[in-house]
Design a protein around this ligand. Structure first.
Ligand code: URA
Length: 231
């Protein structure tokens, strides 16, 4: 087809589209307001954020005491994302999330769900270890928030598990405590479409309070997640 004929065909197509009420050409999949990304794109976007921003980050004072940053790891295309609080000593030494005792328990939880650690994505609210493993203060979580928000935006998981109070508070913009929130479906509304969030106890809390009751609660929360993932 020569250029003139191609141009006439396009003009005709546009006129027909207008006739049927189509004013713009959709460039995103129907029902999604976010661009579709391939696994390779996601992996590259995450790597660039880590290498060019997070590793050099000095947005809060945690940068002074860290050995290294802990960006997060896992399948960039994961359907399930776990979000913890912040690196502990082992994570700070290794630069990887959940590799200490709490990580061992998280690994068991993931396996109990019928998944492998490599199939999910694991990140934290703050990317640097708070000294003495204290809870990160609001200035620190606020300074780091943009990284986690963008990680979620890139990965676009189908379900998020918020491990413990700081993760639940940040994701859900709430002051409601984890005791009340856990086991109830919530929603992360800063992306479109919103992502279902299941708040549950942090594995480190579970290790400290390893009662049958607490274990049963966490397992019931994870079973709800497994059900949601089947839909
Ligand atoms: N606790 C967390 O919240 N995150 C880790 O990475 C390790 C322990």
């Amino acid at each position: 087809m020569d250029d003139d004929r191609a141009a006439r065909a396009i003009r005709q197509q546009v006129r027909t589209d207008r006739l049927f009420g189509l004013e713009a050409v959709p460039v995103r999949p129907a029902g999604s307001s976010q661009p579709r990304q391939t696994s390779q794109n996601k992996s590259q976007a995450l790597r660039i954020m880590d290498e060019q921003e997070v590793r050099k980050c000095t947005r809060c004072d945690l940068c002074r005491s860290r050995t290294q940053t802990v960006f997060g790891e896992g399948d960039p295309d994961a359907a399930l994302m776990f979000i913890g609080e912040g690196p502990g000593q082992t994570e700070d030494e290794q630069g990887r999330p959940f590799v200490g005792r709490a990580g061992e328990l998280l690994n068991k939880m993931i396996v109990a769900m019928g998944l492998a650690r490599e199939q999910v994505y694991i990140a934290n609210v703050v990317k640097c270890r708070p000294p003495d493993n204290r809870t990160p203060v609001p200035e620190e979580t606020a300074a780091c928030w943009d990284y986690l928000r963008r990680q979620i935006e890139i990965i676009q998981p189908r379900v998020i598990v918020a491990l413990g109070a700081p993760a639940a508070k940040m994701l859900l913009e709430t002051k409601v405590g984890i005791m009340k929130l856990r086991g109830t479906w919530q929603s992360f509304n800063m992306v479109q479409p919103p992502i279902p969030v299941m708040p549950t106890f942090h594995p480190a809390y579970l290790l400290r309070a390893y009662t049958q009751d607490n274990r049963a609660k966490v397992w019931s929360d994870l079973q709800q997640v497994m059900e949601m993932m089947k839909k």
